[in-house]
Ligand binder design. Structure first.
Ligand SMILES: C=C(O[C@@H]1C=C(C(=O)O)C=C[C@H]1O)C(=O)O
Length: 437
C-alpha cells in the first residue's frame, strides 16, 4: 500500500501563482484569485466504467488511512488533496483520474499554504551518523518540534525559490478553434425534438465538438491565465489535460455545508432577439428547461441533506452568455464526502436530460463523438472529504497536439435548431478566445 508523507506550512502569499505551473501538464483549480494548484505528481489514480466514483472514493479513503500528515491545516482544502476529473458516463474513452500533486499550493483569503507530498517508499533514510548512544538524546517533543521547524523552513525556501525563478508567461501565437458550420448539430437537434414530440424524453442535452491543433511547445498556462482573467466568476481548471472555465458548481462541501449552482436556460450575450420574444427570465420555454435541471439536483440531494433551500431562478451574466441560475444550499445529513455527493448528482438534467436514461441513449446516438470528460465532474477532494466539484463545461481536452472543445444546450419542446447552434457557438467562446491572440 502506498504510504504518503505530507507536510503543510504557511508560505509567503502568492497572489498570482499561475507562472509556477507546468506549461504542458498544469494542475489548477482557481476562481477569483483563490484556489489550489499542483506541481508535479506524487500519485495518479485512474478509474473507469460505472464504478469509477465508488472506486475513486474507496482508494482515496485507503490512501488517507495510510498517510502520515504533519504541519498546519489550511482553512479550506490543501493539507492533502487530490484534483480530479471524471468521464461524463460509463462508456467514455477518457479515464477518470485523481491526481495528488507533489507540491500543492492553496490560496484562500489572501493567505497561501504549501503542502509537500511524498511517497514514503521513496524517502531515503539519512545515513546513520553512528552517533546513537554517544550523544545524549534530546527530549523527544523538543526534537520533533525542531524537526518540524526545519522541514517547514525547507518547504518555504523551496517555494520562495520557485516563485523567484518563475518566468512571466510568454506571448503566444493564437491558435484557431475550428467547428463545423453547425448543420450537423441543427440536424441532431431536429432529431432530438422528434423524440421529445414522440414522448421518449422531455429534455435532451446535445453538444457538438470543435478542434484545435496545438503547435509544439504550446503553453497551456497562457490559455488558463486568459480564461481566469476573462471569467473570474467561473472555476478555471486544469486536470490531466482537461482545461476550462466552468460557471456551474455541481456541488461544494465544506464542514457539512453543501452548495450547488444549477444553470439551464441560456441566451448568448449580444444576440439581437426577435421582437416580442420574452426576456430570458420570463420565457416559459427557458423556465421549463431550467425547472427540470433544478428539480434533478434537488431530488438527488434530498436523501443526503437537511435544510435544503433553493434560491432562483435568477439571471447570471457572463461575457458570452446569460443563464438562468438556481443556487441551492443544504446541510449534510450523513457522512458523505464531496465526491460521493458529486456522484449522486451526476449527470444532472442540465447536462443529460429528463428522463436521464432516455436522454443518455439519445446523446450516444445523436452526438458525433464521445464526450470524454466534457460535462463530467471536475474539482478536488481533501483529507476531510470536503471539496468543490464543477461541471466540466466551457472546456477542452488536450490529447497530444489536439485540443477538443465541446459545447451544448438543453433541447425541450419549442427549441429552435438555429438558435441552438448559435448557443453552442457562444458557449465555445471561452476556449476559442483563450486560444486566440
Ligand atoms: C451543456 C452546456 O451548458 C449547460 C446547458 C445550459 C442550457 O442548456 O441552457 C446552461 C448551462 C449548462 O448547464 C455547455 O456549456 O456545453
Amino acid at each position: 500500500m502506498l504510504e504518503l508523507l505530507t507536510r503543510t506550512t504557511p508560505v509567503e502569499d502568492i497572489p498570482d501563482p499561475l507562472p509556477l505551473l507546468d506549461p504542458a501538464d498544469p494542475l489548477l483549480w482557481w476562481r477569483d484569485g483563490e484556489g489550489m494548484l499542483g506541481l508535479g505528481r506524487a500519485v495518479t489514480l485512474t478509474f473507469s466504467g460505472p464504478e469509477r466514483f465508488t472506486q475513486a472514493r474507496r482508494v482515496w479513503a485507503a490512501l488517507l488511512g495510510a498517510a502520515e500528515r504533519h504541519g498546519a491545516t489550511p482553512a479550506v482544502g490543501g493539507g492533502l488533496a487530490a484534483l480530479g476529473t471524471f468521464a461524463f458516463d460509463d462508456a467514455m474513452s477518457r479515464p477518470s483520474v485523481l491526481i495528488v500533486p507533489s507540491l500543492l499550493i492553496t490560496r484562500r483569503g489572501g493567505r497561501t499554504w504549501a503542502t509537500r507530498i511524498v511517497d514514503r517508499a521513496r524517502v531515503t533514510p539519512p545515513d546513520d551518523p553512528g552517533l546513537t548512544g554517544r550523544i545524549p538524546l534530546p527530549d523527544p517533543d523538543q526534537a520533533r518540534a525542531e524537526l518540524d521547524r526545519l522541514e517547514a523552513d525547507r518547504i518555504r525556501a523551496d517555494v520562495a525559490r520557485l516563485v523567484a525563478e518563475a518566468a512571466p508567461l510568454p506571448d503566444q501565437p493564437g491558435v484557431p478553434l475550428v467547428a463545423d458550420d453547425g448543420a450537423r448539430h441543427a440536424a441532431a437537434v431536429t432529431r432530438a425534438l422528434e423524440r421529445i414530440d414522440a414522448g421518449t424524453a422531455r429534455k435532451i442535452v446535445l453538444a457538438r465538438p470543435a478542434h484545435a491543433t496545438l503547435p509544439a511547445g504550446h503553453d497551456l498556462r497562457v490559455t488558463l491565465a486568459r480564461l481566469a482573467a476573462a471569467y473570474p466568476d467561473c472555476w478555471t481548471f486544469a486536470v490531466d489535460g482537461f482545461i476550462g472555465a466552468s460557471p456551474e458548481t455541481l456541488v461544494a462541501v465544506r464542514g457539512g455545508h453543501v452548495r450547488a449552482r444549477v444553470l439551464a436556460g441560456t441566451r448568448p450575450v449580444g444576440a439581437t432577439d426577435d421582437p416580442g420574444r420574452p426576456d430570458l427570465l420570463d420565457d416559459p420555454k427557458e423556465r421549463a428547461e431550467h425547472d427540470l435541471a433544478a428539480r434533478s439536483v434537488i431530488d438527488a440531494l434530498a436523501p443526503h441533506v437537511r435544510d435544503l433551500r433553493a434560491d432562483g431562478p435568477h439571471v447570471i451574466t457572463l461575457p458570452n452568455v446569460r443563464h438562468l441560475a438556481t443556487d441551492v444550499t443544504a446541510e449534510l445529513a450523513e457522512r458523505l464526502d464531496s465526491l460521493g455527493l458529486a456522484a449522486a448528482l451526476h449527470p444532472t438534467a442540465a447536462v443529460a436530460g429528463v428522463p436521464r436514461e432516455a436522454a443518455l441513449i439519445a446523446i450516444h446516438e445523436l452526438e458525433p463523438e464521445d464526450r470524454g470528460r466534457y460535462a463530467g465532474p471536475v474539482g478536488w477532494i481533501d483529507a476531510l472529504g470536503d471539496g468543490e466539484w464543477a461541471i466540466g463545461l466551457r472546456s477542452a481536452q488536450r490529447i497530444g497536439d489536439t485540443l477538443t472543445a465541446w459545447a451544448g444546450g438543453g433541447i425541450v419542446a419549442g427549441s429552435d435548431p438555429a438558435r441552438e447552434v448559435a448557443e453552442t457557438d457562444a458557449k465555445l467562446r471561452p476556449v476559442r478566445d483563450a486560444l486566440a491572440d
